[in-house]
Design a protein around this ligand. Structure first.
Ligand code: CTP
Length: 408
């Protein structure tokens, strides 16, 4: 099964300068035997432990060590390596390398590639036990984990310093199992572990009489995808949903509501126990001023319906937000970014996810979306058209980053 997971996959192995680099030779060799296309990037220090030629022979591919080497072809080495990789494994990863990645330092080919890649990154630390337990290393590891990097725990055994302890690089077979797990998409990143997220989804339904109501075109797909992505990221999730045909992702607490005012009550009631609220619901801005308890019969003249405003849920949460993160959506049909920024300011939000609902191929009812994330500090991130599930994962990553930014 692991063999299948690796077959035909492009894996980039980063080797840094530790004695465990000799074990990476076997790792590369076994990955290749399982059908992976392996490229190796070595740091300068790694080249002192193992000759690049060894990896060249074992991987069957050129080995890259130098950021400034003439690539001999038109593309930029760090970008093409970063783009080609479906997974990056750094084994062994020294404390120095982890420290650089956690601080955004990209001063050699490996750190530059890792920074440029969109692929999952698995870091396999190997070092002396005291270094591993050093609070600086642990803080760097925690920071990278909160950003979605994956770590393997080192093994216990005899270390290069002669002592028995934690710090050994896990065996190649164990690393391959982890690689296979990540490649088959079974990873459970814990970037939102310990957080409670409340996600709203779907339309609301404002009743006119027992058989009629006012609603909108929201299908709930984006909100449900967000709830699922939040669960995958380790969060506790409360899904407050208007009427939809969708099945709630298993594992979240589901609160079903119909009207905007019911959604307002349900969200407000749970607000204190949340760390973040994501309002993906398309909440009706107006409700019929009067509900007719009996069916309105047709007459011979026109019928006017008087509407009154519903509560703006996000706006009311923005007034009492404390240190919670508030995320809104902006459904726009023009001036998307400017309108989104205005909503962010008016409702005291941290992030607004804006989409152009005038488009037919994305937005309401579609399985795909294309959004622009607008942040309080004026930053904008455009996420190109992708399935709503992928967009949801991208939004969760930004939410995790906002949490992390608060903690410094
Ligand atoms: N929202 C809300 N309560 C409402 C209306 C909207 O909490 N009564 C939230 C939506 O869930 C969304 C954000 O506010 O996260 C923006 O919704 P949108 O419909 O784009 O904008 P509105 O604020 O309703 O303004 P307008 O319709 O005029 O664009």
């Amino acid at each position: 099964m692991e063999g299948d997971a690796l077959k035909g996959k492009s894996i980039l192995v980063g080797v840094t300068g530790g004695i465990a680099a000799y074990k990476s030779c076997e790792l590369v060799s076994r990955m290749r035997q399982r059908g992976a296309e392996v490229r190796v990037v070595m740091t300068e220090a790694a080249c002192r432990f193992v000759a690049p030629l060894t990896f060249r022979v074992l991987s069957g591919n050129p080995v890259s060590c130098d950021l400034f080497a003439d690539p001999g072809q038109w593309d930029v080495a760090h970008v093409s390596l970063a783009d080609a990789a479906q997974l990056v494994v750094i084994a062994p990863a020294t404390a120095n390398c982890v420290g650089k990645l956690a601080s955004g330092i990209a001063d050699d080919l490996l750190t530059t590639v890792v920074m440029a890649t969109r692929a999952p990154v698995l870091i396999v630390p190997a070092m002396n036990e005291a270094m591993y337990n050093n609070p600086v290393f642990q803080a760097n590891k925690k920071r990278l984990e909160s950003l979605g990097y994956h770590f393997m725990d080192p093994a216990v055994g005899r270390l290069a310093c002669g002592k028995i302890g934690t710090g050994r690089m896990p065996e190649p077979e164990d690393i391959i199992s982890e690689v296979a797990r990540l490649l088959s998409g079974q990873e459970t990143p814990s970037m939102l572990a310990g957080r409670t997220l409340l996600v709203t989804a779907g339309p609301t339904r404002e009743p006119i009489d027992p058989v009629r109501f006012i609603t909108n075109r929201s299908s709930g797909k984006m909100g449900y995808a967000l709830a699922e992505a939040a669960l995958e990221s380790g969060a506790r999730v409360i899904l407050v949903t208007g009427p939809t045909c969708l099945e709630a992702p298993p594992g979240c607490e589901v609160v079903r509501v119909e009207r905007a005012r019911d959604m307002h009550a349900a969200v407000t009631q749970r607000f204190n126990s949340c760390d973040c609220v994501v309002m993906a619901a398309a909440v009706a801005d107006y409700e019929p001023a009067q509900f007719s308890p009996s069916k309105i019969k047709k007459g011979s003249h026109e019928l006017s319906l008087r509407l009154t405003r519903t509560p703006d849920i996000l706006e009311s949460l923005g007034k009492v937000k404390g240190n919670r993160i508030l995320v809104g959506f902006a459904a726009e049909t023009g001036d998307v970014v400017a309108n989104a920024m205005q909503k962010l300011k008016d409702k005291n939000l941290d992030l607004v996810v804006a989409n152009d609902v005038a488009r037919q191929d994305t937005g309401f009812e579609s399985d795909d979306n294309e959004v622009i994330m607008v942040f309080r500090d004026g930053r904008e991130i455009a996420v190109p058209k992708a399935p709503k599930k992928e967009i949801a994962r991208r939004i969760m990553l930004e939410i995790a980053r906002l949490f992390w930014g608060r903690e410094g």
